[in-house]
Design a protein around this ligand. Sequence first.
Ligand code: CAA
Length: 265
Amino acid sequence: MTSFDEFEFRNIQVDRHGGLAVLTVDRPKALNALSADTFAEIAEALDLLMEDPEVGALIVTGGGEKAFVAGADISELAAMEGVYAGREASLAGQDVMHQLTSLPIPTIAAINGYALGGGLELALACDIRVASGTARLGLPEVTLGLLPGYGGTQRLARLIGAGRALDLMLTARQVRAEEALAMGLVNYVADNALTKAREIAETMLKNGPIAMSLVKEAVRRGLDTTLEGGLEIEADLFGMAMSTQDFREGTRAFLDKRRAEFKGE
Ligand code: CAA
């Protein structure tokens, strides 16, 4: 079992109970803004979590009362100059978002307070999103003379459609939880986003872990290809699922009228 106490994270916290890990971005003084150090710690934590075979689901949330994550660290951005520095910063942030998106386990963003700019992009890199009543979501980069640089232009348009995504990015307006729910930007609204995210994660942890990783892979790879190509990917992964012990256990448990005990094999 990985002990995160051994690691000197300064900008995040990682807790694990049973199969559920919670990664909290924790720089409340800067509303949890994503500095380069914070990104490095998130990347390291994700690597460590993936070394632990018992971790079956991840919640990403923000520390303090006010924010999930209020974006990239604007002080760091302001100190950068030129095409190359900007491009490198964007690619580095995109890498960590991609690492999160590519995890084989379900990931849930529990959005408390502001999820702006890079903060919304972090939530978009998770599989699903839960917003509390205090959530305010938006991509306000154009107010800084920038565009979203950590995948927002691509993931938001794929999630809610180009028209709605362009509205949010060009107006820079903040959306409250109910509107975010109506446009499909978040999956759930709850009084306490973290409590709800834990409930959802516990439900997911009962399911076949390999099957869930294959669902994620099918959707992710399918979004980048034609319908025909996507259906082929689905069929291949369906075949792969049938070669697992989990499939044998799941179907046997159904026929025996008992709950399946998946081993991830
Ligand atoms: N970066 C660095 N510091 C930030 C920050 C950010 N993104 N957001 C907030 N902070 C800091 C503030 O500077 C302030 O610090 P001080 O107390 O030292 O002055 C502290 O957090 C509290 O913030 P506010 O006083 O501004 O709090 P507020 O309640 O008045 O406003 C807010 C809250 C509306 C979220 C406001 O802080 C805000 O607009 N933040 C910036 C949001 C933003 O533009 N995000 C996009 C960043 S760019 C980006 O993300 C690019 C990309 O895609 C790659």
